[in-house]
Design a protein around this ligand. Structure first.
Ligand SMILES: NC(=O)c1ccc[n+]([C@@H]2O[C@H](COP(=O)([O-])OP(=O)(O)OC[C@H]3O[C@@H](n4cnc5c(N)ncnc54)[C@H](OP(=O)(O)O)[C@@H]3O)[C@@H](O)[C@H]2O)c1
Length: 257
């Protein structure tokens, strides 16, 4: 028996990148899944593949985490099925745009603030009470090194990830006296659809972000999640910062070419 076998993990944003890799790894270890995202086809295909490949139960909820009503609906549906997530992975998020603050697009800012901060809060507020009632659970917030140091033109994305860092600390404080643990896993550069989304679908610009060095892979973050969850109940890793070896902080890189 491993730490996740037979448990239920809720992963937001499981249609690509970290969320998808985490879903795959947890399912491989016998964990039942609740996966979310806005792209229905991808979600359904993930559900079928993981159910068939690993014989675990997979529930898929297609919705936007910015919509509080839909977050509540998912939570109500889980309660009606008497399913309490043992693990909550607040992963859904994005960077949208990379501009100087005085040239930023308001629509980009709203997307980032509404998804990275408010979406995380909505999901946490609707799911965490179930964990508290049971006095058991593990919350993993996917933050970022962008939540530790601000970089030029990162402005609102940085601010949203600084907020995730603060909320991760706040959740830990408010859960003192319970058995619920809470960790922010904060990656540096990782090759996912992140840059494609950030640059509004410009594949050329996106691929340049990953040129000349080995970026983190989504699977690296999934490994870290499994490690954190697998620690004994008296161990609470509250923060894990993970850079690719070629990137020592937000500014110091070893890029070839
Ligand atoms: N890649 C990096 O370099 C990096 C580094 C540090 C932190 N991060 C963070 O890691 C997390 C995952 O990013 P990723 O790199 O895996 O990027 P990704 O491949 O673009 O995946 C993002 C996931 O979030 C979901 N999502 C985005 N907005 C959503 C919304 N409003 N409602 C529901 N789901 C939403 C997407 O699903 P749908 O589009 O189907 O909704 C997708 O499944 C994000 O919080 C990101 O900020 C990434």
């Amino acid at each position: 028996m491993n730490a996740v076998q037979g448990k239920w993990a809720l992963i937001t944003g499981a249609t690509s990148g970290f969320g998808k890799a985490i879903a795959e790894l947890l399912a491989k270890h016998g964990c039942h899944l609740i996966v979310t995202g806005r792209r229905a086809e991808r979600l359904e295909s993930l559900q079928h593949i993981l159910e068939e490949k690993y014989s675990v139960r997979v529930l898929a909820y297609c919705f936007d985490v910015r919509d509080l009503n839909q977050c509540v609906e998912m939570s109500n549906d889980l309660q009606s099925r008497e399913i309490v997530p043992d693990i909550l992975i607040n992963n859904a998020g994005l960077a949208s745009g990379k501009n100087k603050i005085h040239e930023g697009l308001i629509g980009d800012w709203e997307k980032m603030i509404d998804t990275n901060i408010k979406g995380l809060l909505y999901i946490t507020r609707t799911i965490l009470p179930m964990m508290v009632a049971r006095n058991e659970g593990h919350v993993i917030n996917i933050g970022s090194t962008a939540g530790h140091v601000v970089y030029p033109e990162g402005n609102v994305y940085n601010a949203s990830k600084f907020a995730v860092k603060a909320l991760n600390e706040a959740i830990n404080l408010d859960l003192v006296g319970t058995n619920i643990r809470c960790c922010s896993i904060d990656p540096g550069a990782a090759e996912t659809e992140f840059s494609l989304v950030r640059f509004h679908g410009d594949a050329n610009k996106a691929s340049k972000v990953y040129e000349g060095y080995q970026a983190l892979r989504a699977e690296d973050i999934a490994d870290a999640v499994l490690y954190v969850i697998g620690t004994p109940p008296h161990v609470n890793i509250t923060n894990m910062v993970i850079y690719p070896t070629a990137q020592r902080n937000v500014f110091v890189w070893d890029k070839k070419g």
